[in-house]
Design a protein around this ligand. Structure first.
Ligand code: HSE
Length: 316
């Protein structure tokens, strides 16, 4: 039965690290500290339309057909039996094309906001379809390694050929992550085009094995193993690294400052470094920011933990 509806709701969709080394299109981790905020307002007309209201700075598409949050919200609205419309006010805390799942955070927040306003006709598992539909607008494919952690929080293992098949995985406590976003935009759709159509058999086997070790290490809190394994990808990161001038320098800076491992997040340019100590992670962050500067780029960064809650209502 539908719950009583209020006329507006504000929802938070967290950022997420995706791929995480050998887990191309398969592994994603929701993080604290970065996210998109969406206020959705119910309108009393029977058009069943979703409108994106401009909120300054307008650093996202206003066309509802090209906006991941609006597409996800429309999925929910058009499958509900509510003949009303929605206006979305989006505050992007995640820069577009930054590599920490901005399109997925907005899609997940758009789906949840619409669902809450319409009286929760769907459960979170249904909303996976809505959020994936939104993600497809941004990257051209329904990869789920940002959408699933953004929706549910924590670490998610997702099937690359069917992102509706996923598993939430345990993450032990005590992980500190330094996240740096160089001032450079890399669109996922273009970063997917530079990947090879076939890979070496041995490389695929090694990636699969390392992914299993990595997921196990997240669960047991073996952060040294996590650090080692996030640096083993052979299928995507070696090709994408060349899109980020300074990749080697930033990674080396993180390791020299005490990180247990460092890698690209998603298709970049964001990079992340893991450690088991908050103070070390702060030094690592400064070292990565300096390396960005030395490579000719400004950056923003933060030391973050794991977001275990996923997309959630801030007020109703
Ligand atoms: N798995 C996706 C990719 C994530 O690497 O293309 C994009 O952020």
């Amino acid at each position: 039965m539908n719950k009583e509806r209020s006329s507006s709701v504000t929802v938070w969709g967290p950022a997420s690290l995706s791929n995480i080394g050998p887990g191309f299109d398969t592994l994603g981790l929701a993080i604290e500290g970065f996210g998109d905020r969406i206020r959705a307002v119910l309108r009393n007309d029977d058009l069943q339309e979703v409108v994106v209201a401009p909120v300054l700075p307008v650093d996202y598409p206003l066309d509802p057909a090209a906006n991941t949050a609006a597409v996800a919200a429309k999925w929910v609205l058009s499958r509900s039996n509510v003949r009303k419309s929605l206006t979305l006010e989006i505050t992007k805390g995640i820069p577009l094309g930054s590599g920490i799942g901005g399109s997925a955070a907005s899609a997940a927040a758009g789906a949840v906001a619409a669902n809450v306003l319409l009286g929760e006709p769907f459960d979170k598992n249904d909303l996976v379809n809505a959020a994936l539909e939104g993600e497809r607008v941004a990257s051209g494919v329904e990869h789920g390694d940002n959408v699933l952690p953004a929706l549910f929080g924590g670490l998610c293992l997702v099937s690359p050929d069917n992102p509706r098949s996923f598993q939430r995985m345990h993450v032990a406590s005590g992980l500190s992550i330094a996240v740096i976003i160089p001032d450079l935009q890399i669109m996922t759709s273009s970063a997917r085009m530079i990947l090879p159509s076939s890979v070496d058999h041995r490389d695929a086997v090694v990636n699969g094995a390392n992914l299993a070790f990595l997921v196990t290490a997240f669960g047991s809190g073996d952060w040294s193993m996590v650090g080692e394994k996030i640096m083993t990808d052979k299928l995507a990161e070696p090709y994408r690294a060349r899109l980020l001038h300074g990749y080697d320098h930033i990674k080396q800076a993180a390791l020299s400052a005490g990180a247990l491992g460092a890698a690209l997040s998603g298709s970049g340019p964001a990079m992340f470094a893991v450690s088991d100590d908050n103070e070390i992670a702060s030094h690592v962050l400064v070292a990565m920011a300096n390396a960005c500067k030395e490579s000719g780029m400004d950056s923003i960064g933060r030391v973050v933990g794991v977001d275990r809650d996923g997309t959630r209502v801030l007020d109703a």
